[in-house]
Write a protein that binds this ligand. Structure first.
Ligand SMILES: *[C@@H]1O[C@H](CO)[C@@H](O)[C@H](O)[C@H]1NC(C)=O
Ligand SMILES: *[C@@H]1O[C@H](CO)[C@@H](O)[C@H](O)[C@H]1NC(C)=O
Ligand SMILES: *[C@@H]1O[C@H](CO)[C@@H](O)[C@H](O)[C@H]1NC(C)=O
Ligand SMILES: *[C@@H]1O[C@H](CO)[C@@H](O)[C@H](O)[C@H]1NC(C)=O
Ligand SMILES: *[C@@H]1O[C@H](CO)[C@@H](O)[C@H](O)[C@H]1NC(C)=O
Length: 371
């Protein structure tokens, strides 16, 4: 009885618990991004780049919702999954899952994807990890290639009921730059290029017929355990009241303010396209400010739930989540940080809630979804 109930509950979740009290205008979701949105592309990347399994092909990745690893770099669902559920659509299938039915959506996001191309970053003598062509530009090429089959049998307004989601992008550019022994000052130089890549990407989607586009901002880089570990300083002045590195957060703040200016211009130039701005930066700071309000444990907000090394960040570059010796914390639902770079399902749920209904999207997605 209990099993049957749980099964039904799970089926309801998988089919999408749309509770908007009416129909949604969206019949598909088309997503671009990195590990915050990848639902399985990197793990299907053709060899020889990854001869062995990636760490996130192992438990405890996926333990909270799916019960097994799915290629998502967290313990359960991503923001994208919660959006699909809220719109009554299936989870968005990864583009590399050949033979998938993409009629209700396709996901081009790849874990590790930067906004800038591999060729460009390597030309700057930066170490790019993973060294594959998965950037925003490459994802747009995939989209272009798939477009004829997506639009087959459709009228001219092929994407009139599609919700496009762009991003986030930028976190991996900063990760590659900072891990290549560059300073935050040196990284700041790349911000206008990153924003240019994202806004050109949005413009290209509009030119391809996108009518509804969510554009996500970038994380507060200074609040993530690997960066806190790598750039740790005894100088208290370098930290803000959340315990984040002020210098790291300059990257996100600069990117987000430039991106907002670009979006203003794009909205003006394309008044018939609905551009929704969606935030990761502010919700992460809100989680750190008021963890209890979001059901999070205030004493672990800067510690990776799945990691090693103990406080203050529980992050060890040589002992990452997914290795047999590395365990997850007892209650991931009360943790903010999952494996260091990524958040837990419960944090993503709260972010998604803000994008769908609340204060972290302008306008909220569910307002736009009403036909
Ligand atoms: C793909 O899924 C849609 C519903 O989302 C369905 O109408 C269509 O028949 C499916 N196509 C194939 C080839 O299975
Ligand atoms: C990259 O390194 C090479 C060899 O050290 C050097 O010649 C080149 O100027 C560097 N490029 C940049 C953009 O720093
Ligand atoms: C990435 O794309 C560039 C330009 O198309 C190509 O020259 C390069 O070989 C590709 N690299 C990889 C690793 O696929
Ligand atoms: C990192 O950069 C600093 C300063 O630019 C330099 O002195 C140091 O040798 C570099 N370390 C490595 C491992 O490249
Ligand atoms: C919060 O986490 C700390 C450290 O793991 C633990 O000792 C404490 O019991 C947790 N508090 C709650 C309310 O779960």
């Amino acid at each position: 009885m209990r099993t049957a109930f749980l099964l039904l509950f799970n089926l309801a979740c998988l089919r999408g618990a749309y509770s908007g009290g009416g129909r949604s205008r969206f019949t598909s979701i088309i997503s671009f991004g990195d590990s915050y949105a990848d639902t399985g592309n990197l793990v299907m990347w053709p060899e020889p780049f990854f001869p062995g399994p990636l760490p996130f092909e192992n438990l405890p990745y996926g333990q909270t919702f799916f019960g097994h690893p799915t290629g998502r770099v967290t313990d359960g669902r991503l923001v994208l999954d919660f959006i699909a559920e809220a719109l009554g659509l299936p989870f968005v299938p990864p583009y590399l899952a050949k033979g998938s039915n993409f009629s209700a959506g396709v996901n081009f996001a790849v874990a590790g994807a930067p906004a800038l191309t591999l060729t460009y970053l390597q030309g700057q003598n930066l170490t790019v990890n993973p060294p594959i062509n998965s950037s925003l530009h490459d994802q747009l090429e995939w989209f272009q290639k798939l477009k004829p089959s997506l639009c087959k049998g459709q009228g001219a307004d092929c994407f009139g009921s599609s919700l496009f989601i762009m991003g986030e992008f930028g976190s991996n550019d900063y990760r590659n730059i900072l891990m290549s022994n560059r300073t935050v000052e040196q990284a700041l130089v790349y911000v206008p290029l990153i924003v240019d890549s994202i806004s050109r990407g949005v413009e290209r989607l509009i030119q391809q017929g996108a009518k509804y586009i969510v554009v996500a901002d970038v994380f507060p880089t200074g609040c993530i355990p690997p960066i806190l570990t790598m750039l740790a300083s005894p100088n208290k002045v370098k930290y803000d009241r959340h315990g984040c590195l002020k210098s790291g957060n300059r990257l996100g703040r600069y990117q987000n303010s430039l991106l907002r200016q670009w979006i203003k211009l794009l909205r003006h130039e394309y008044p018939h396209t609905k551009i929704i701005t969606a935030e990761y930066y502010r919700p992460v700071l809100a989680f750190l400010d008021m963890p209890g309000h979001f059901g999070l444990n205030s004493s672990t907000t800067l510690l990776a739930c799945c990691g090693a090394g103990g406080p203050p960040y529980n992050y060890d570059f040589n002992a990452g989540c997914g290795l047999p010796s590395v365990k997850a914390c007892a209650d991931p639902s009360r943790a903010l940080q999952w494996d260091g770079f990524h958040l837990t399902e419960s944090a993503y749920r709260a972010v998604a809630d803000g994008w769908l209904h609340g204060t972290y999207a302008d306008p909220p997605i569910m307002h736009v979804a009403r036909p």
